[in-house]
Ligand binder design. Structure first.
Ligand SMILES: Cc1ncc(COP(=O)(O)O)c(C=O)c1O
Length: 421
C-alpha cells in the first residue's frame, strides 16, 4: 500500500479542520519525520560557508559534511561575495554601527537609506523621490499592496505571481488570470471597467518558478487602455534581463511606462530588503500609510552594499555576460539529456518531474552526488508540476556545470525523469 505521506505537501498542514495549534504542529512534525526518515528533508539545510556557486553543508541525517555545487542562491551575479560590495557594507557598519534603531518615521532614517532610495530611482531613470525601501522584498509587495488596495479597488493578478502579492491583496477584490494570457487579462479588465476605484494589474517580470517572462509590451498597452495601473515585480529580472540589466521592462522597452516597479535586494543585489518605485506622491503616501514601513525598524547599515552592487551592474557588465553563457550552456546540456526545462528565459532553470515522490528522490540523489538544488512542490507550484529548481550564477564554472550535468544524466537513468513528462 502506498504510504499516506507520499503525495502529501506542506499545504496539507496549513489548516487542519478541528485541530488546535498544538495538534496541528504535531501532525506537521509527523510529516517532517516522514521526510527525515526517507532522506527527503531537503529544507533548512545548514550551510557553513557563504552563499555561492559552491556551498559547504554541515552533517545532518543523510547529508554528509562537505562542499556541494550549489544551485540554490538567487545571487545571480555573485555579488554577495564581491569584494567591493563587502567593502561598502563594512565601511557603512564602521560609520553607522549595526542597526537603525527605529522605524524611518521616528528616527531610523539615515543618510545611507536616502542614498539607496536615490540610487534606485536613478537606476530606473525616475526622478528622485520615486523610491521607498522595505526591509524585505516580500513586504515591498505585501505591505504596500495592503495599504494601497482596499475593498472598493480590484487587483487583477497573473495566477503565477509571488505569494507576497497574494498576501498583499487579501483586503481587496481579486481576480486571477491565466498565466501570461493577455486575452484573459483583457476580458477581466473590460468587465471591471467602471466598477472599481483603482484597477491594479499585477505581474512578475520574470516568474520565480518557471523562469519565463511576462508579455510586458501587451500587458502595458491593455492595462492602460482600460484605465488600469500596472505593477511589475521584477525580483528575478533585475541584473539578469535587458541589455543593461534593468530587467524585463528594459527588454520590452517599457521601463518608463510601468506605473509601479517592485523588487528585492536579496537576489542580484546580494543583500536583504526590497523596494517600490512609483510616482513620488504615492511614495510619500506609502511612507506614512504602509504599516510595515511606518511601524517597523529600518534596514541596517549593511544595506549600503546594495548601492555598490547597483553601480557594479553598469561598471562590470561582464558578470551579466558570463551568466548568460552559463545559462545557454547548462540549459542545452539538460535538454540534451532529454530533460524538460519548461519555458524558462532567465537564470531560473527548472527540471520538471511531475510526481512528488520522484521529485523528492531526485533531490536526494542529486545531493548524495554533490549537487545542491531545491525540490519544489505544491503549493509553490501546482500538484502535478513538481520540479527541481535551480538558479544559475555568473560564478558557476564550466567544470561545475559539467559535473552537475553528469549527475543529472545518472539521476535520469535511475529514475526515468525524462519519461514521466
Ligand atoms: C517574484 C518575487 N517577489 C518577491 C520575493 C520576495 O523577496 P525577498 O525574498 O527578498 O523577501 C521573491 C522571493 O523569492 C520573489 O521570487
Amino acid at each position: 500500500m502506498e504510504h499516506a505521506y507520499t503525495q502529501a505537501s506542506f499545504k496539507d498542514y496549513e489548516d487542519i479542520p478541528g485541530l488546535d495549534i498544538y495538534k496541528r504542529a504535531q501532525a506537521h512534525t509527523d510529516y517532517l519525520n516522514y521526510l527525515k526518515e526517507n532522506d527527503f528533508m531537503n529544507y533548512r539545510l545548514l550551510a557553513t560557508s557563504g552563499c555561492g556557486a559552491k556551498i559547504e553543508l554541515a552533517e545532518e541525517g543523510y547529508i554528509k559534511k562537505g562542499n556541494y555545487i550549489s544551485f540554490v542562491c538567487n545571487d545571480y551575479l555573485g555579488f554577495t561575495q564581491h569584494p567591493e560590495v563587502k567593502k561598502a557594507a563594512i565601511s557603512s557598519i564602521e560609520k553607522y554601527g549595526t542597526g537603525a534603531g527605529a522605524s524611518p518615521l521616528i528616527g531610523g532614517y539615515f543618510k545611507f537609506h536616502k542614498a539607496l532610495e536615490d540610487k534606485i530611482s536613478t537606476f530606473f531613470k525616475r526622478p528622485l523621490g520615486s523610491t521607498i525601501t522595505y526591509t524585505t522584498g516580500y513586504t515591498a509587495n505585501s505591505a504596500s499592496l495592503l495599504s494601497l488596495l482596499k475593498k472598493d479597488d480590484i487587483a487583477i493578478v497573473d495566477m503565477a505571481v509571488h505569494t507576497s502579492v497574494y498576501e498583499g491583496i487579501l483586503g481587496t477584490t481579486t481576480k486571477r488570470f491565466l498565466h501570461n494570457n493577455t486575452k484573459a487579462l483583457e476580458q477581466i479588465l473590460s468587465i471591471a471597467h467602471d466598477k472599481y476605484r483603482t484597477k491594479m494589474v499585477i505581474v512578475d517580470g520574470v516568474y520565480s518558478q518557471d523562469g519565463d517572462i511576462a508579455k510586458l509590451k501587451e500587458i502595458v498597452e491593455i492595462t492602460h487602455r482600460y484605465g488600469g495601473v500596472l505593477l511589475v515585480d521584477d525580483a528575478h529580472g533585475i541584473g539578469v534581463i535587458g541589455e543593461t540589466g534593468r530587467g524585463a521592462m528594459e527588454l520590452f522597452d517599457v521601463l518608463d511606462e510601468v506605473d509601479i516597479i517592485t523588487g528585492t535586494f536579496s537576489k542580484t543585489f546580494g543583500n536583504v530588503g526590497g523596494y517600490l518605485v512609483a510616482d513620488p506622491e504615492l511614495i510619500t503616501y506609502l511612507q506614512f500609510q504602509s504599516r510595515q514601513y511606518a511601524f517597523s525598524a529600518a534596514a541596517t547599515p549593511i544595506v549600503a552594499g546594495v548601492n555598490r552592487a547597483i553601480e557594479l551592474i553598469d561598471e562590470e557588465p561582464h558578470w551579466q555576460k558570463k551568466l548568460w553563457e552559463n545559462i545557454g550552456y547548462y540549459k542545452k546540456g539538460l535538454q540534451d539529456i532529454g530533460l524538460d526545462v519548461g519555458t524558462t528565459e532567465s537564470a531560473i532553470i527548472p527540471v520538471k518531474i511531475g510526481n512528488i515522490q520522484k521529485n523528492c528522490e531526485a533531490g536526494k540523489l542529486l545531493l548524495e552526488n554533490g549537487i545542491y538544488t531545491n525540490p519544489i512542490m505544491y503549493p509553490a507550484v501546482s500538484m502535478k508540476d513538481s520540479r527541481i529548481r535551480m538558479s544559475l550564477m555568473a560564478t558557476h564554472t564550466k567544470e561545475q556545470l559539467d559535473k552537475a550535468l553528469n549527475v543529472f544524466e545518472y539521476v535520469n537513468k535511475k529514475l526515468d525523469i525524462a519519461k514521466t513528462l
